[in-house]
Write a protein that binds this ligand. Structure first.
Ligand code: 5GP
Ligand code: ZN
Length: 113
């Protein structure tokens, strides 16, 4: 997608601090961290939101979660972490490329509010 912010990050047209990368997944530090460790994990493939996941593209979501477990090991997040997906306006999604926040290194409240 030409004008998508996160597609531009994947292409390197917008700089980001890489946390993890493989053929299908890219992870980078959030520019406005909500926890001492806050990375955004995205499929390189453009999918606009969780509402657009179907049988043709769901495989890449499993790759996102494989990446999350690798990142947790890489970053020594043995105390745990939270993965968040915001979907649509009411879900608080501000970037129209599906992404998963991985937050860690502080005690995270539940319910989140
Ligand atoms: P959302 O609110 O859509 O779930 O999350 C979008 C996230 O992208 C926000 O946490 C925001 O801080 C982050 N973000 C927005 N623009 C940029 C950017 O240019 N670079 C980085 N690294 N993060 C960004
Ligand atoms: Zn995109």
């Amino acid at each position: 997608m030409q004008d998508c912010l996160f597609c531009k990050i994947v292409r390197g047209e917008i700089l980001s601090t890489k946390v993890y990368e493989d053929n299908e997944v890219y992870a980078f530090l959030d520019i406005d961290p909500q926890a001492p460790f806050h990375t955004i994990i995205i499929p390189k493939q453009h999918i606009s939101s969780a509402a657009e996941i179907d049988s043709t593209n769901s495989q890449v979501i499993s790759k996102v979660f494989e990446a999350a477990a690798k990142i947790a090991k890489q970053e020594n997040l043995e105390n745990g972490f939270r993965i968040v997906n915001n979907c649509g306006a009411d879900g608080g999604q501000t970037v129209g490329h599906i992404h998963f926040h991985l937050l860690a290194r502080r005690n995270l409240a539940w319910p989140p509010g």
